[in-house]
Design a protein around this ligand. Structure first.
Ligand SMILES: [Zn+2]
Length: 340
């Protein structure tokens, strides 16, 4: 087995297995090996998600794991972890899906302080990588958190709304539903704005309705956003897909930038912020915070389990998107000669 040289959880240098912090977060401090005792399971009995749209989530296989003593074991019921091996299908660079999801989740959590499900890289006994995440809906006493994803909250299903029910919706409408159900909307909506912006910045083009959920807070009975999950840079695998999984707006609003380039820019996100009730100052602050952490992002990309080639690609995608969040006050687009 190759030398890890960094923690397969937080990617911190100088470790050959999970560091103490990651062991605590993932395994309640138990000394669990980063190498599983089994090889990738045959998955003919696992149901894949159906979707008309070709997407990474549509080909990802999920296995349930349970911690028994210090061993992670496959389980049919009572799963505490979700294991996602390398998927197979038509897309590009699929070997890198676990490393990509892991890196993207780590950037969200570590750099941008976005509340994310605990996660790490594990290896099957033959050395193949997989992504592991701890189920946040399983409580210490083994009971399940009451949670619903936004397909359920919006009352959308394949039967009623067709095969693309997870995608035929907008991020603005999700915010509208939050306004209806979330008492501490003012706080939660900024977290939501941040993740939509994050998904744009890190080319996550597959953040569909089921990738956002609310849970009921036991103490007060109110509803809050669950930690975020399933974050990955999909452009590495499905180049040419749309920039965001859902439309930003519920109507056909387009910023001038979008009208001329068909690409989202800072103007769209400012409009989005204002529509979902975030003040202009706060919106600008949130956008600026998201733009300024390049050095830390690059450091994590460099320590990730991506190949060198894909590290370069990941950085390039990220830089391209960052540029689009630059202010366009000089309206340079308008001054360019047009072809028509
Ligand atoms: Zn760690």
């Amino acid at each position: 087995m190759m030398k890890l040289k960094r923690c397969p959880g937080c990617l911190k240098n100088g470790f050959e297995t999970y560091c103490g912090k990651c062991r605590k977060k993932l395994f309640d401090g138990k000394n669990v090996s980063h190498i599983l005792s089994f090889n990738r399971p045959e998955f003919n009995r696992v149901k894949r998600e159906r979707s008309g749209r070709l997407s990474i989530s549509g080909i990802q296989i999920k296995h349930s794991l349970k911690l028994e003593g210090k061993d992670l074991k496959l389980t049919e019921r009572g799963g505490e972890y979700i294991l996602k091996p390398i998927p197979s299908g038509q897309f590009e660079n699929l070997d890198a899906v676990p490393a990509n999801e892991h890196l993207t989740m780590q950037i969200a959590g570590q750099v941008f302080k976005i509340n994310t499900a605990s996660n790490g890289i594990v290896f099957f006994s033959d050395g193949e990588t997989a992504y592991i995440t701890r189920r946040f809906d399983v409580k210490k006493d083994g009971k399940r958190l009451l949670q619903e994803d936004f397909a359920q909250i919006a009352d959308r299903s394949e039967d009623a709304n067709g095969i693309n029910y997870k995608y035929d919706f907008s991020y603005e409408e999700i915010a509208n539903l939050m306004m209806q159900y979330v008492a501490s909307y003012k706080i939660e909506i900024e977290k939501y704005f941040k993740i939509v912006l994050f998904n744009f910045l890190f080319s996550n083009g597959d953040a569909h309705l089921k990738n956002f959920s609310l849970y009921r807070n036991d103490e007060y009975g109110d509803y809050l956003l669950t930690p975020f999950y399933d974050l990955l840079n999909t452009s590495i695998h499905t180049p040419g897909e749309s920039e965001l999984a859902l439309n930003l707006f519920k109507d056909d609003f387009m910023s001038q930038d979008y009208e001329s380039t068909s690409k989202y820019s800072i103007e769209d996100f400012k409009e989005f912020g204002s529509r979902i009730g975030i003040s202009q100052d706060r919106t600008e602050l949130l956008i600026n915070e998201m733009k300024k952490e390049q050095a830390q992002v690059f450091k994590l990309i460099d320590s990730s389990f991506l190949t060198d080639e894909l590290k370069i690609k990941y950085k390039k995608n990220y830089e391209e998107r960052t540029v689009r969040l630059k202010a366009t006050s000089n309206k340079s687009v308008e001054n360019k000669p047009t072809n028509d």
